[in-house]
Write a protein that binds this ligand. Structure first.
Ligand code: SAH
Length: 405
């Protein structure tokens, strides 16, 4: 099969590289339609204008070829063999160039790549992250031990080749599992993090921070989510599964207050820092399980007007969804990375008095099989039922009084 990438078969990341971009979008649209068209209107998928080199976070595994020369790339699908990658069609080109430069510098600096089998050698991975709006670049050198011979000269040579690098960090990873980053790290150059701007808010990105990898499409996704919520400035908003607070922080200027909940303590710490950096004072962050948080709120009789929810692939929990129904927000905006669990959860919400209105597929990861979508649900009310949708109302009367002939 002819594709633009010679690693197409082995790498396994870009499953749809053998299709045209239009065909790939149609396939994703079809998948969302299959799941959601019996529930609500399925809008046309929001594609990417230039669907190449969008990944702003790139990591390369370092290894050696049969002749002993250093190589860097990705693991072959379902294996621990490293496929050399010089240029990847979805990764940031500058990041790939920096990784190539580092690979080329190893011999002259006598730096050995790490060998998984023997545990011998120093350099394991290189991670590059680039701020899409700011252009700031972070390079993380992941090494097996803290000793990095002639690191000053190494950093100087790297910065000379790529003056656009704004920070370099050494991360020490002596683990035997497949985690890329270890616990310890030291800043070798610059401030140790980069910043980026998304939907007008500034975000601090540390080596381990979660941050969406396709900012161009993320702006479209969040923009659509906030548009669907139709905020007026008076609402109490919940941002559930909030990560580093992105959606809640962006929504804050259009809402009265935002309560955001997230399980991961590091993400919550980053979220609080992001709120401070942007001088946003009407957002509060809670480190908790989203289901537990919402059920506690519901049992205290607390209300909300809009709930944004962005759960992981497995979807949300019954505890969360039934608490939403109990709290009775006018709108639920569900951002999903898995149409299957989206449908399951939407069915649950339908039974508890919510009506799915529309769903927008968004292509967040062109060429891969991932499918993202944002769905708006609204609370069904008696008056709304009479006004907006005559059908269910009439059917209800039919059942009560029999059908008039
Ligand atoms: N809304 C964010 C993050 C979405 S990813 C963004 O767009 O950037 C999903 C998030 O849900 C992750 O940060 C994960 O840590 C969090 N999460 C997973 N299970 C959770 C739970 N039970 N309760 C709260 N947060 C959870």
């Amino acid at each position: 099969m002819e594709t633009k990438c010679k690693n197409f078969k082995k790498c396994g990341s870009c499953k749809y590289l053998n299709l045209s971009y239009e065909e790939q979008l149609a396939l994703k649209q079809k998948e969302v339609k299959k799941r959601m068209q019996s529930h609500c209107t399925v809008r046309n998928i929001i594609g990417m204008e230039n669907p190449w080199h969008y990944r702003n976070k790139v990591h390369a595994v370092f290894s050696r070829d049969r002749k002993g020369n250093p190589i860097s790339g990705v693991y072959e699908e379902k294996s621990h063999r490293v496929i050399p990658v010089e240029l990847c069609l979805i990764e940031d080109e500058k990041a790939d160039a920096i990784i190539g430069t580092i690979r080329g510098m190893l011999k002259s600096f006598k730096i050995k790549v790490y060998d998984e089998d023997t545990g011998y050698g120093l350099l394991r991975y290189v991670l590059v992250r680039r701020g899409f709006q700011t252009g700031e670049i972070m390079v993380v050198l992941v090494t097996a031990s803290p000793i990095f011979p002639s690191k000053r000269n190494f950093i100087n040579a790297l910065r000379k080749a790529h003056p656009e690098i704004t920070t370099v960090i050494q991360n020490i990873n002596d683990r035997t599992d497949s985690m890329i980053l270890g616990e310890r790290q030291q800043v070798l150059y610059g401030k140790g993090y980069i910043e980026d701007i998304l939907c007008g808010c500034r975000f601090k990105i540390s080596p381990a921070s979660f941050y969406q990898i396709n900012p161009v499409q993320t702006e479209k996704l969040y923009g659509k989510a906030i548009e669907l919520a139709g905020l007026s400035g008076r609402e109490r908003v919940i941002d559930a599964y909030c990560g580093i607070g992105t959606i809640g922080l962006i929504a804050a200027e259009k809402a009265k207050e935002v309560l955001a909940v997230e399980l991961n303590p590091n993400a919550v710490r980053d979220a609080i820092g992001n709120a401070k950096a942007n001088a946003i004072r009407n957002v509060r962050f809670f480190k908790d399980d989203a289901g537990h948080f919402l059920s506690s709120m519901a049992s205290l009789g607390e209300k909300a007007d809009v709930v944004f929810m962005d759960p992981p692939r497995g979807g949300s929990s019954e505890e969360f969804l039934s608490s939403v129904a109990q709290m009775g927000p006018e709108k639920v905006v569900y951002i999903s990375c898995n149409p299957e669990t989206l449908e399951r959860d939407v069915c649950f919400l339908e039974k508890t008095g919510y009506e799915p209105k529309e769903v927008w597929p968004v292509d967040m990861f062109p060429w891969t099989a991932s499918i993202e979508a944002v769905c708006l649900l609204e609370k069904k009310t008696e008056t709304k039922r009479g006004k907006d949708s005559k059908k269910p109302y009439r059917r209800q009367n039919e059942r009560k009084y029999g059908t008039e002939k």
